[in-house]
Every structure is written in C-alpha cells, then in structure tokens.
Design a protein around this ligand. Structure first.
Ligand code: NAP
Length: 253
C-alpha cells in the first residue's frame, strides 16, 4: 500500500462496526501499519470473516461481536481487548444507523430514538467504557459525515446526529486532554452497503461525483488514511478537530 509505514507498531486499536466498509478499511490500515486491531460488529459470522481476512494479511487481530447499543456487548468488547492486550491506544467509533428518508417533522419517535442511540449515545458510552483503559498518548477518532454540515433532505435527521458528533468531539477533546486526543473524520460519499443508493442508482452517483471538486466518489481507503493520520504521532498537536474527506464537496470554511 502506497505510503504505508509502521506508525502503530506495538499499539492497540479498537474499531467498532469494522467488519466491512469504512470500518474494515480503517482496521486494515491500522493493522498494516503495525497495530493489533480489535474488529467488531453485530453479527458473529461477519466478525469471523473479517478476522480471517485481516489475519491473511499478517495482521494481529481479535474479533468480538458487539452491537454498540448493548451495554453488555460494549463492555465485553473493551474487557476482552484489555484481557488480551492490556490497554487501548486508538479507539475508533464508526457505527451508525440511517433508518429513515423522512423529513424531520415526520420522523417517528422510535426512529429518532434509534438514531440518537446508535449514532450519538453509543459513542459517548463507548468512550466512557474505554476511558479507564486508554493509554497515556491515546487517540479517539469519531466517524461523522459530510451530512453533518448541511444535511440533505433524504438524510436530514441522520445529518443532525452527525452534527452532534462535531460538538461531542470538541467537548471530549477538552475533557480528555492532554493524554487523549479526540478528533473526527467527516467522510463524503463512499459506495458501501450503508450508501448502496450510490451503487444502485447511476444518476445519483453521477450527480454526486459532479458535485465533488475531484470528480469521484470516496474510497474506504481514503477514509482509512485520514483516520491513520489523526491516530498517528504526525497529528500529535491536533485535537478537537474534524477532518473533512469529501473530495471538495461544500462543507465549511
Ligand atoms: P457499511 O459498509 O454498511 O458497514 C457497516 C458496518 O457496521 C458493518 O460491519 C456492520 O456489520 C456494522 N454495524 C452496523 N450497525 C452496527 C451496530 N449497531 N453496532 C455495531 N456494528 C454495526 O457502512 P459504512 O459506509 O462503512 O459506514 C461506516 C460509517 O461511515 C458510519 O458511521 C457512516 O455514518 C459513516 N459514513 C459513511 C458514508 C458513506 O457514504 N458510506 C458517508 C459518510 C459517513 P454487522 O451487520 O455485522 O453489524
């Protein structure tokens, strides 16, 4: 992999929702750069497959099934990591749900609860569960979205939960300094299962590509390299920030 070094030799990285898509690419990149990685997602079968793929690349990996909204499963994820590796250097909160295309005024309360539970509350609780086990020079990276800046109609409430993560990043960075840096990556559009409308609908795909300055969709590896940068000592003076990785889609100044 071009530009891949060994910046994470001896480090331990926990990545949620990492059995496919962006999370898997993050786990792979951190692992190829020397980290021991802990992969997780809801389905045990997906966890086992991801573990196998990463091991085949020579990566030291532990797999633990974890639905991020389950207190028991989150604690199990952290405990198994600590039992095997002794602590955590890098924590990536990547899980999200996007269960509705309704305008906000029409989103039913149970759907609002799910969006808040998975996208925001689980991130906070995961950080709480991990806090006591984070090393002296640790790094938390939260995965937000370009939709955090100006939520599109079809993903309005999802976008608002992603906006909340930007505030969470600032607040956690202040609380957890100087030992733990807290930053966010805001991906643009990446064709994954989560964003399968990009794969299914050529017109939507083309119109998004045209709106980017770089003329293409994002790749999962684009997100992984941004996360690897923020997790590394190359970013040792960066905390409380959001890195937009969206090919130049409009975000903020
Ligand atoms: P993806 O390819 O669909 O992968 C989702 C992963 O999450 C799978 O491994 C899935 O495995 C796991 N998962 C789903 N719900 C979970 C839960 N409640 N607890 C634990 N694991 C769960 O998705 P992606 O596109 O990589 O998205 C990853 C992150 O990037 C999300 O935070 C998303 O908001 C963000 N993002 C994506 C895009 C995009 O265009 N793709 C753009 C901006 C931001 P199981 O089914 O086994 O649980």
């Amino acid at each position: 992999m071009e530009g891949t070094g060994r910046r994470f030799q001896g480090k331990v990285a926990v990545v949620t929702a990492s059995t496919q898509g962006i999370g898997f690419a993050i786990a792979e990149r951190l692992g190829l750069e020397g980290a021991s990685v802990v992969v997780s997602s809801r389905r045990q079968k997906n966890v086992e497959e991801a573990v196998e793929k990463l091991r085949a690349k020579g990566i030291d990996v532990l797999g633990v099934a974890c639905h991020v909204s389950s207190r028991e499963q989150r604690r199990d994820l952290i405990q198994k990591t600590v039992n095997k590796y002794g602590g955590i250097d890098i924590l990536v909160s990547n899980a999200a749900a996007n269960p509705t295309v309704n305008p906000i005024v029409e989103v039913p309360e149970p759907v609002l609860d799910k969006l808040w539970e998975v996208n925001v509350k689980a991130t906070i609780l995961l950080v709480q569960d991990a806090a006591a086990h984070l090393s002296q020079e640790s790094s938390i990276i939260i995965i937000s979205s370009i939709a955090a800046y100006s939520p599109e109609a079809s993903m309005a409430m999802y976008g608002v939960t992603k906006t909340a993560l930007l505030g969470l990043t600032k607040a956690l960075a202040a609380e957890m300094a100087p030992n733990t840096r807290v930053n966010t990556v805001a991906p643009g559009f990446v064709p994954t299962h989560f964003a399968d409308f990009l794969v299914r609908n050529e017109d939507v795909k083309n119109s998004i590509e045209e709106r980017t300055l770089l003329g293409r969709l994002g790749k999962t590896t684009d997100m992984a390299s941004a996360v690897a940068f923020l997790a590394s000592s190359d970013a040792s003076y960066i905390t409380g920030e959001t890195l937009v990785v969206a090919g130049g889609l409009p975000s903020r100044l």
